[in-house]
Design a protein around this ligand. Structure first.
Ligand SMILES: NC(=O)c1ccc[n+]([C@@H]2O[C@H](COP(=O)([O-])OP(=O)(O)OC[C@H]3O[C@@H](n4cnc5c(N)ncnc54)[C@H](O)[C@@H]3O)[C@@H](O)[C@H]2O)c1
Length: 269
């Protein structure tokens, strides 16, 4: 019996990377999967390649109107929403690495990162609770980061937004329990997972790229990047009924990075 048989799931930022890997894993486990993203071209391409019960819809996680529309459409078409994965996220370095240290970060950049990562998750939880209230059950999975658990000297906005996601996850879990709803809410905290998100930080030139990759995993005890499919496996567990008593918790997936204390400032210049 598939682990997510006929569960209706919505995944944000699912056109590529971890979101797409979660979509594939959910489909393998028998779920109905609604992939969403702001990148419609890539999303439609992904749908073409996926076999199974999937569809794509444009959803900008920053726009409340989009959440209202998409969740209403899901309820009219499928009658329920069982799973939401709040996966869409940005580092703020999409157009090249800029200053995001606490001394120099620009307020506009700070707000943009929080608008997608934190406000997007806030809105996702809000509309998922409303949609799940009908059946009084569901699973909300928030993709935070290991950066939400420790400070990151040169990515202050990203770290702050991911830390706030961790905390909001617990608030949602407690609120739903207080309301007598069996809606679980948990966060996943990946460290370096090799996805297109890393491209602006890796560079194109093969030697530089190889050196950058080595640098990014040098503190990871397992000495490698994680795979998107490895994060997806964790999402399957949290989405499934096997995780019926897991609520308000945070799960790291980081090759043992946070098990020790290797993390230190990269540079003093
Ligand atoms: N890759 C990693 O090393 C890593 C580590 C920790 C946490 N994460 C988190 O995992 C999640 C997925 O990361 P990824 O590596 O797959 O990134 P990615 O950049 O490869 O994919 C992110 C997707 O989100 C979409 N997106 C961006 N803004 C959006 C918006 N406003 N509305 C809807 N969709 C939007 C993008 O179009 C893209 O398809 C993010 O929340 C990220 O912070 C990633």
């Amino acid at each position: 019996m598939p682990r997510l048989n006929n569960k209706v799931s919505l995944i944000t930022g699912a056109s590529r990377g971890i979101g797409l890997a979660i979509a594939k894993a959910f489909l393998r486990e028998g779920a109905i999967v609604i992939l969403s993203d702001i990148d419609t071209d890539l999303g439609l391409l992904a749908i073409k390649e996926l076999r199974g019960k999937s569809q794509f819809c444009r959803l900008d996680v920053r726009q409340e109107i989009d959440w209202e529309k998409v969740t209403q459409e899901i309820i009219s078409r499928y009658g329920k929403l069982d799973i939401l994965v709040n996966n869409a996220g940005i580092t703020g370095f999409e157009n090249g690495v800029v200053n995001h240290d606490p001394e120099n970060v620009n307020l506009e950049d700070w707000r943009a990162v929080h608008a997608t990562n934190l406000e997007g998750t806030l809105l996702g939880c809000k509309y998922a609770i409303r949609a799940m209230r009908k059946n009084r059950e569901g699973s909300i999975i928030n993709i935070s980061s290991r950066s939400g658990l420790v400070g990151i000297p040169r990515a202050a906005a990203y770290a702050s937004s991911k830390a706030a996601i961790r905390n909001h996850t617990k608030t949602v879990a407690l609120y739903c329990a207080e309301e007598g709803l069996n809606i679980r809410c948990n966060s996943i905290h990946p460290a370096a997972i090799l996805t297109p998100m890393w491209e602006p930080m890796l560079g194109d030139e093969p030697k530089v790229r190889e050196q950058n990759m080595r640098e990014f995993i040098k503190d990871c005890p397992m000495q490698r990047f994680g795979e998107p499919s490895e994060v997806a496996s964790l999402a399957v567990l949290l989405a499934s009924d096997e995780a019926a008593y897991m609520n308000g918790t945070e799960l790291t997936i980081d090759g043992a990075l946070l098990a020790g204390s290797a993390v230190s400032p990269a540079s003093r210049t």
